[in-house]
Design a protein around this ligand. Sequence first.
Ligand code: PEP
Ligand code: MG
Length: 275
Amino acid sequence: LTQDNQHIEIAANISSLNDIEQALELGAEGVGLFRTEFLFMGRDQMPSEDEQWTAYKVAADKLGTRPLIIRTLDAGGDKPIPYLNIGVEANAFLGWRGLRYCLDHSEIFKPQLRAILRASANHNVKLMFPMVSTVDEVRRAKALVRTVQEELRVAQLPFDEALEMGIMIEVPSAVLQAPQLAQEVDFFSIGTNDLTQYLLAADRGNAQVARLVNALQPAVLLAIQQVVQAARNAGIGVGLCGELASHVAALPLLIGLGLTELSMNAAAIPQVKAQ
Ligand code: PEP
Ligand code: MG
C-alpha cells in the first residue's frame, strides 16, 4: 500500500517451479511472468502436452488462489533452443522468435496451449503471448486458442472458460498500436527489457552499448505512459514485468505513470515493498 492507500500488486517473475516457494516467502502476491522456456531448454526434444500440463498445474497449485500468468514459449533471440531449428540468423532479435515462431509451428504451439488451458481448470491461470508486433498476430493466436478450447470441450477435458488472455508489450509497433491491441485482449504486460532494446536500437546483450539499454530513457518512459493510457481508456489491466519493475528509484515514477501491478525477480520484492 502506498501512503495514500493505493494497493500496488507485487508479483514475481519465475523461470522454474523451484522459484515459486522462494517468491512466496519473499512476499509475492502471484506470478506475473512464468517464463516457460525452462521446460524446453536443456533437452533435445520438446516436452509433451502432459509433461507441460503437469508442470503448469504444479505451479498453479503452489500459488493457490493467487494469479499465475503463463507466457507461451518465447524462443529465439537471447533464448536459443537448438532442436527448434531456428538456425543462425543475422539479426536474431529481429528474427524468428516468440509468438511469430509459435504461429508458424502449431505442432509446438498447440500442445502448449492445450496444456495451459487444461491447467487453468479450477486455478487462477492467465495466458500471455510474447513478442507481439501486429494485431493480426494476436487474432491468429486467439483463433488457435478457440480451436483448442473446442477440442477440449469435445474431449470433455475441463478448462477455465473465462480464462484471461493478455500480451506482452515489448515491440515499438505494439506501443503505437496499443489502443487497437487493447480491443483484442484482457491485459497488457510491459516488457521493458526487450522494449528498451528495440526503442533504443541497442542489443540488450552487447556490453558496448549497455549505456543505451536503459529503461529510464525518456523514450521508454513515454512508451510506458502511452501503453498505460491505452489500457486505461479501454478498461483492461496493465502491468510491467521487465527489470525496471525492480528498480527502487523508479518506483515513484512507475506508480505515478499509473501502473498498479509490477512483476519482478523475487529477490527484489522485499525492498520494493518497503519502498
Ligand atoms: C522483457 O522483455 O521485458 C521480459 C520481461 O521478457 P524477457 O526478459 O523474458 O525477454
Ligand atoms: Mg522479452
